[in-house]
Design a protein around this ligand. Structure first.
Ligand code: ATP
Length: 453
């Protein structure tokens, strides 16, 4: 007689492993705990490598991590995976009254009917895409984590952090120098959140003149001011209702607008310019800045109470110079992007060029790197980007460093020369030397030893 356990295992094995359906199970963090063989084959992944990985990294357009968080089931949802439209069911798993994960099934039995329906759906979606493009609203999140290139430890840590903090409504403040990718990360947060089917609206606080910012943010009523559009206009808050509002360059927002934003965030209501009524809005705030907000607060140019509102979770994006491991992969990525766009055949980057890139400071970060590659692709006469194809300022910068070494080497060299000169001047008297140099005795001894003086 078969035991109950093995009977159960048999059923499990038959249902999950021999079925034509794809099955996936995730835990509450969205990490895959089970993936059946059919799904592995279809995705072309190795089961042992997929288990424990975040589902969004293994399955395109997955929403399993969202269901595992919200506990709201999604039945017969259309999902695009590996070139096909599939029907996905996502069901939350409850234990002890709380959601502990989700199980997902995807139907893809390759029957003729399904193929027919699939191609019909493809046609319909193409048509829909065509109409969507015609009415395209420039707002919307167009990037996701997959678009963020980089293999450095810092980038991987950042991506993991984004996956953890994206679900939920917590406000996030991205900090980092210009061109580090703050906007890209803001898009990704929205894409990974429960709000991803709702609008993602960007406000560039630095680009809107002070006197227009209020009406841009909160909209205005018909006839609110001279020159106002007939019928009034919706503000960014109303447009983002249910979704995410990305306040870019928030450090540049005038104080008067800061007060008003704070009120909206506290009360969840907006008042259009010229209106006597308020309107409820539900938006998640993501902000970004490259400004030192703490200093702006001291100088009373940024409100401390607003800072605490937006700074619930802070994410710092490191500058490019601090993650040289990403230079090679980013350079290749931009090379492919530019050559695909321009049709010019340039297949590689000289190793010399990449070596130089590592020495540079990149004040404009990834945006600057993209511009440098773009200009080099246009200038090169060969299939390889060479040193002489780089813009002048990069060549100068690089050759200076090449001749003199890295910043650390230049500084050490200078330090050695100064100490040597002072020691000669005082005939080796270390007490006098330390006074002239303005450093402590043990510090001086350490340096004498380090430079072999
Ligand atoms: N990791 C990355 N992978 C691919 N492209 C990137 C990456 N980071 C940034 N970029 C690209 O670099 C450019 C600048 O990125 P983004 O606008 O997100 O930076 P930012 O930090 O918001 O800059 P700013 O503070 O000036 O607004 C964009 O074209 C973006 O697509």
């Amino acid at each position: 007689m078969v035991s109950l356990d093995s009977y159960r295992d048999e059923i499990f094995e038959t249902v999950f492993e021999h079925a034509y359906h794809c099955f996936v199970v995730v835990n509450e963090e969205g990490l895959i705990t089970y993936l059946n063989n059919t799904y592995c084959d279809f995705l072309g992944v190795d089961k042992s490598e997929a288990i424990g990985v975040h589902v969004a990294d293994v399955i395109e357009n997955s929403r399993m991590h969202i269901v595992a968080r919200t506990g709201i089931e999604e039945i017969a949802d259309l999902q695009y995976i590996r070139g096909n439209h599939m029907i996905a069911n996502r069901i939350p798993i409850h234990s002890d009254g709380r959601v502990v994960g989700a199980v997902g099934t995807v139907l893809f039995r390759d029957t003729k009917e399904w193929m027919k329906m699939n191609s019909h759906i493809k046609d319909l979606l193409l048509e829909l895409e065509h109409y969507r493009n015609q009415f395209k609203n420039k707002d919307g999140a167009t990037y996701s984590l997959h678009d963020i290139v980089g293999s450095s430890r810092q980038m991987n840590d950042l991506k993991n952090k984004i996956k953890k903090i994206s679900p939920g409504d917590v406000s996030i403040l991205f900090r980092g120098e210009s061109g580090t990718g703050k906007e890209l990360f803001a898009h990704s947060v929205h894409q990974l959140s429960e709000r991803n089917t709702k609008p993602f609206v960007t406000v560039n606080c630095a680009a809107i003149p002070d006197h227009l910012l209020e009406s841009e943010l909160f909209g205005y009523e018909d006839g609110a001011f001279t020159g106002a559009r007939k019928g009034g206009k919706l503000g960014k808050f109303q447009l983002a209702d249910g979704g995410t509002l990305f306040l870019d360059e928030i450090g540049d927002m005038p104080l008067s607008a800061q007060v008003k934003i704070l009120r909206v965030l506290q009360e969840g209501e907006v008042e259009a310019v010229g209106s006597v009524n308020t309107q409820k809005v539900d938006v998640r705030i993501i902000a970004a800045t490259n400004q030192p907000l703490e200093r702006l607060i001291e100088e009373q140019r940024f409100r401390e109470d607003l800072f605490y509102r937006i700074n619930v979770i802070q994410v710092h994006i490191p500058p490019l110079r601090d993650r040289p491991e990403d230079l090679r992969v980013l350079s290749k990525f931009f090379l492919d992007k530019v050559t695909n766009r321009t049709g010019k055949r340039v297949i590689g980057i000289d190793l010399d060029v990449l070596d130089r890139f590592v020495q540079l400071n990149w004040p404009g970060n990834i945006r600057e790197l993209e511009n440098v590659i773009e200009s080099a692709v246009h200038l090169t006469n060969t299939e390889l980007i060479k040193f002489e194809d780089l813009p002048d300022h990069i060549q100068l910068n690089a050759s200076f460093l090449k001749e003199n070494g890295t910043l650390k080497e230049i500084m050490e060299n200078t330090e050695k020369q100064v100490i040597e000169k002072v020691l000669n001047k005082v005939n080796g008297d270390k007490t006098k030397a330390k006074e002239l140099l303005g450093i402590g005795k043990s510090n001086l001894y350490d340096k004498i030893k380090k430079y072999g003086l």
